[in-house]
Design a protein around this ligand. Sequence first.
Ligand SMILES: [Zn+2]
Length: 510
Amino acid sequence: MATATLSPPSVTPPTYHRIVSPTLTIPSDPLKPIPVGLLACQRDPLLRELTTTAVSCRESPAAAPPSNGRENKKKKKAAPAPTAPLLEIILHDTIIFPEGGGQPSDVGILTSSDGELWDVIEAQRHGGHAVHYVRLKPEQKVEHALQIFAPGALVGVALGEEGYKRRLDHACMHTSQHLLSAVLENKLNLPTLAWSLTAWPTPSYVELPRGMSPEEIASAQEECNRLVFEGRSVHVEVEELHDDNKQYDTPSVGIPDDYTGGVKRTVVIDGVDRNPCCGTHAPTIHNLQLFILPQIETLARSSTSSARIYFLAGPRLIAHLTSSHTLLASTAAIMSCGAPQVPERVQQIVDERRKATKRVEDLEAELAASVAERLLSSVAHKAEGENEGGSLVLHEHRTDDSVNALAFLSAITQAFANKIGEREKSGEKAPRFLLVLSSSPSAQTSASTTVVLIFGSDDKKAKEVGDELKGKLNVKGGGKGTRWSGKFTGVWKDGREGAVVASIIDSVRM
Ligand SMILES: [Zn+2]
């Protein structure tokens, strides 16, 4: 059984590009550039290579091509140091599409007559011409480039493997956008206000005057895919651009004000849509199964409101399915269940986790109170029956793998303070005290952190002990009032760091 693939036809059908005006011809003078609108990439979107001639070459005054705000990550990564010189080359013809109509620029490779390869990192339309931005490699010199790309010199233009993949993706997403916008307009009376061909592999979006119900999304998607299965063809009609044919009655980005190529280009999806556009479209919508993401993003702007709906098609849809499936399958493996059980299992774990967290909190509170009670029970009294609260100076070290060990130490001091408060209420005198609490993880390395908390009835003494810890153990910290906290980095040993603490508090007299 034949299965659908994403391979486009290997050649663009001859009926794709139609010059519908008897007076319009493609300029043939090799020293003059063909205007944007009639470029080889627009006549034949599946062409991967072309031999043409150089029209002009100069060193770009800018270190980076003017940003189109849609910088491709891969391209950025591949580009050498941004300080490398940049050339601006205009060719008689090109298959490297200059950014326009919402479609980002292609990337590609030029071959000069001596066989050297030159990286085109971006192409842009300046007025009516495509300008190729070539980033020089370290061994390539500007003087040599100016010679080899002299007017009339032969130049090979290629998209290369990466460039062709990028082209195919852009063509699929752009043509799908025309299809989706036409269906939304015709079926739901929803005009497309704007759209964005986002960077691979994220979903692209169309902006609409309002959100869509799940039923509307389903019906728009079904209608698009019905047309896809019919395999409607796509072609382009080109004629001269006059003042009186600049206006279109279809919703569209339209013809840019600075466009001086003199050509009006209409992209037609057979029986579905006619739209002015300069993009490199797939010659058929066959295989462009369209998926609309069910989430809607509502945008509130000062004067108007609009909504974005995201969509995927072509290679981007396959990439999305692959990554979604991989994520789901690996989550199912972790949960030891089938993919359909994943939401239920995750919910169960989240619920269990919530209960476990609550139980740990309750047990910590109970333990903190118990530790505080034990500490308070070791308050020493000078003499039996003496009418005073007694005194307590001690260091208590704990081993705790909590992510927030200081919080537990704090809970102990809080419980300690509460218990003293209770005793005072019942008429007892409060003891004078200074507690040094510390807590280390069970497995320590030179990068481990031991937290220290000092709590005392006398803020001056708490600060004094804190300062000594700073000086003798390099504990980084500070405090306010009766509390002082800090962090020690390294391995904390009872017989070493513990002994230093003991010697410090030994001299404290309460
Ligand atoms: Zn378009």
